[in-house]
Design a protein around this ligand. Structure first.
Ligand SMILES: [Zn+2]
Length: 239
């Protein structure tokens, strides 16, 4: 069996493509028949990651955020997405995307986010079909101790908040605000939220820690690399 076949089977067993959201676009976005000896893993493909990528001879890329998202109606020269896609086609480089299917997968983005903080967890359950996690800590946590573990770029914390339960979700937590409020947790840790999401949570007295979209997901690249390390190819993570 080819390396491409092995990569696709590892990825689709871990995060089946049919578990992605209906609005999402995941899977093999650019197929190639050339043998794969060097693989790159990245969170997003743009002109910056392309510049790094292009310094080496990669044959295949696994990317978290879809390069092809909306149906392509024309391929121009001006948009960065078009330029990256053109570059990939010219060099016959394959592209596989695992996005919302990987967010909710077992040991996927949200699981890895939760685990990297090594909280002392008494109980955990899924939030919003597995896109998030709700955890109950063994002991209530003080905010300053929590902040030693969680490198938040912004915090919106109600006065005298005691933190016993936490909801977590990598990337944008926007779609899950109502579920977070319904779950009755004390704190929501996510990558990013909009102004109105923050107001809604604030009125419900839920504390918020924002990590940054990239920062809340970047570690999944290492997770993907570990899954594929048994293949006899070179694998690099591009930041
Ligand atoms: Zn994301």
């Amino acid at each position: 069996m080819s390396v491409k076949h092995d990569i696709l089977s590892v990825m689709s067993q871990w995060a089946p493509e049919d578990t992605a959201e209906a609005w999402d676009n995941v899977g093999l976005q650019l197929d190639t028949q050339k043998p794969i000896e060097r693989l790159a893993i990245m969170l997003e493909f743009n002109l910056d990651t392309w510049a790094v990528f292009n310094e080496y001879d990669y044959d295949f890329v696994i990317c978290h955020h879809p390069l092809i998202f909306k149906p392509i109606q024309r391929l121009g020269h001006d948009e960065w997405q078009d330029q990256v896609l053109r570059n990939l086609i010219k060099k016959d480089i394959g592209l596989y995307v695992s996005h919302t299917n990987l967010d909710r997968a077992l040991d996927g983005v949200t699981d890895m986010l939760m685990r990297q903080y090594a909280f002392d967890i008494q109980r955990e359950e899924d939030l919003s079909n597995g896109y998030g996690k709700c955890i109950e800590l063994s002991e209530p946590a003080e905010l300053h101790l929590l902040l030693d573990k969680v490198p938040a770029v912004a915090q919106i914390i109600p006065n005298e908040l005691e933190i016993k339960t936490i909801a977590l979700c990598g990337g944008s937590g926007k779609s899950f605000v109502q579920d977070v409020i319904k779950s009755g947790v004390d704190l929501f840790i996510t990558g990013e939220l909009g102004y109105h999401d923050i107001q809604t949570l604030r009125q419900a007295k839920v504390g918020i820690l924002l990590l940054g979209h990239y920062q809340s997901e970047a570690f999944i690249c290492e997770g993907i690399k570990q899954r594929l390390e048994h293949l006899e190819i070179e694998i690099d993570i591009i930041k």
